[in-house]
Ligand binder design. Structure first.
Ligand code: FMN
Length: 207
């Protein structure tokens, strides 16, 4: 698969077949991640893989929303009015635990931080954070080219604290997201995308 095809094929998937992802495939996609650009040329990234479901249950402190009303109230609270966007949240929110628990492979990526992330003094203070997302996108694209798909979830603060307690990572490493990967279920939904024309996004010489 060429790179444009992998980019076009990659979509978020939150419903998985009950099928593990082989370790050799996981290694290939992580190796693709480790080839991403990094701000300081060190690629200080580590990955914790949790494929055992009992171990996963110990790590995950995530809940699925249970009702459409609960979801609507939250979206109204955020002031979201776009229908395509609201539909995506309606797909996503009832699956936040199940997608992580049922995926064939759960990867917890970590990056090394030099200074606290949440009060950056300049854009370059965020370089470590920006670089790990280059790594994550490489992983998602390599996965798509291998026929596996998935989703990232940003942990809430209390989830991050719990994960550190369970897996014992060093204080100067941060997990930017969970990465759940697997073989899509036959009926896995892929919410409608907004159609964006590239020419409408290009500004020549001035905005
Ligand atoms: C930075 C980032 C954070 C995201 N956080 C979540 C999340 O917490 N839960 C979730 O289900 N999906 C999450 N997603 C996945 C997006 O919802 C998904 O990419 C979006 O719906 C677009 O769909 P597509 O990936 O199929 O193009 C996140 C994606 C990104 C890039």
């Amino acid at each position: 698969m060429d790179v444009y095809e992998a980019i076009a094929t990659r979509r978020t998937v939150r419903d998985f077949e009950d099928k593990p992802v082989e370790m050799s495939l996981i290694e290939r996609v992580l190796d693709a991640g480790l080839k991403a650009p990094s701000n300081n040329h060190l690629r200080q990234w580590e990955f914790v893989i949790i494929n055992d479901r009992e171990e996963r249950a110990k790590v995950l402190r995530v809940k699925d929303t249970t009702s459409r009303d609960e979801c609507d109230n939250m979206l109204d609270g955020f002031g979201l009015t776009d229908e395509v966007q609201r539909n995506m949240y309606h797909e996503a929110m009832p699956r936040q635990f199940s997608m992580l628990y049922h995926a064939g492979c759960l990867i917890l990526p970590f990056f090394k931080v030099r200074e606290p992330l949440l009060h950056p003094s300049s854009l370059s203070s965020l370089n470590d954070f920006a670089s790990i997302w280059c790594c994550i996108e490489n992983i998602l694209l390599a996965s798509a080219s291998e026929g596996i798909f998935g989703v990232t979830r940003i942990p809430m603060a209390e989830e991050s604290a719990h994960i550190q307690k369970v897996i014992g990572h060093p204080d100067n490493y941060v997990m930017p997201c969970y990465i759940a990967l697997g073989y899509p279920a036959k009926n896995a939904s892929r919410p409608k995308q907004k159609h964006i024309q590239v020419r409408e996004k290009i500004h020549m010489h001035t905005w």
